[in-house]
Ligand binder design. Structure first.
Ligand SMILES: Cc1cc2nc3c(=O)[nH]c(=O)nc-3n(C[C@H](O)[C@H](O)[C@H](O)COP(=O)(O)OP(=O)(O)OC[C@H]3O[C@@H](n4cnc5c(N)ncnc54)[C@H](O)[C@@H]3O)c2cc1C
Length: 262
């Protein structure tokens, strides 16, 4: 059981950041992951009064506040029109509606969990995190950074001329995924983000020239081969390294077949 000694509803990001510098204090997202731990929390820092629970869309980008819930991502018309439903698909298998009403974008991206559908999805998009002190950095860099005590303020997704697809394989509904695959067809070629390897999601970028073939089937086969050769997978109770590698090939092939004409 978690014990929280004090609770503070932050009145500014500066106050939240100052409080978060103390090792025993914790920023709260929806608390769905935090509550699983046993460590005592000194001060729980609540960001819910800072207006960071909205998805703003402009002509150039989406600005997704850290307190936006996974359910908000699932239902947002703009984001789902832009991704052709891939954003919805990436979260709809996560536990259940009540859970997704609590789990936040901030907690999901800050956590950079190996099994994360959310990280997998946004890594395939032109995404950036805005950190209170660290400024705006590409998500693909943030994914590799060590954990620190900055505040993740929002996720920014730049709009581009692209089509998206999201797939995951689960042994049973609502379980953690065995493998996740988000794909983007851009003007330059393809991006594939492969997660739950079981390590955290990694990005593969392939130019059209790298996978050129006479028809879509063969192009998809070439892309699958490239990703399978490069992706590092491991074994755990949900699947073996070999099975995950095989799945990576299958999901990449399906994604190319779906996106090639778009
Ligand atoms: C049983 C279970 C099953 C799950 N299954 C899946 C799944 O299948 N797929 C999937 O993608 N995810 C899954 N998750 C993860 C879940 O979707 C959330 O990503 C995760 O639990 C974080 O939840 P939260 O937003 O409540 O963050 P919290 O639990 O509140 O916080 C998590 C961490 O993030 C830090 N944090 C939160 N917000 C910020 C911020 N703005 N700035 C800096 N640090 C911050 C906290 O201090 C803490 O260290 C699962 C989680 C659980 C508990």
């Amino acid at each position: 059981m978690r014990v929280i000694r004090e609770y503070k509803r932050a009145e500014s990001l500066e106050e939240a950041w100052q409080l978060n510098q103390k090792k025993s204090n914790r920023v709260l997202g929806g608390m769905v992951w935090l509550k699983m731990g046993k460590m005592q929390i000194g001060t729980a820092i609540d960001l819910s009064g800072l207006g960071l629970d909205t998805i703003e869309e402009t002509g150039e980008e989406f600005r997704i506040g850290c307190m936006v819930t996974l359910r908000d991502l699932e239902l947002d018309p703009g984001l789902n029109t832009y991704t052709d439903g891939a954003a919805r698909e990436s979260v709809r298998h996560i536990v259940g509606v009540q859970f997704r009403n609590l789990a936040t974008v901030g907690g999901s991206i800050y956590g950079r969990y190996g099994f994360s559908d959310v990280l997998t999805m946004f890594l395939a998009m032109d995404s950036y995190v805005e950190l209170y002190k660290g400024g705006i950095i590409p998500l693909k860099e943030y994914a590799k950074m060590p954990y620190d005590r900055d505040i993740l303020v929002r996720l920014i997704v730049k709009k581009e001329k692209a089509a998206f697809d999201y797939q995951s394989v689960r042994n049973s509904q609502t379980d953690f995924p065995v493998l996740t695959c988000a794909a983007a067809k851009t003007e330059a070629g393809y991006r594939f983000s492969i997660g739950a390897r079981p390590g955290k999601a990694v990005l593969f970028e392939l130019a059209d020239a790298d996978i050129q073939a006479a028809d879509v089937e063969n192009m998809a086969e070439n892309a699958a081969k490239c990703v399978k050769e490069q992706v590092e997978t491991g074994s755990n109770t949900r699947g073996s390294a070999e099975y995950r590698k095989h799945l990576a090939g299958v999901l990449v092939r399906r994604a190319v077949c779906k996106l090639a004409g778009k």
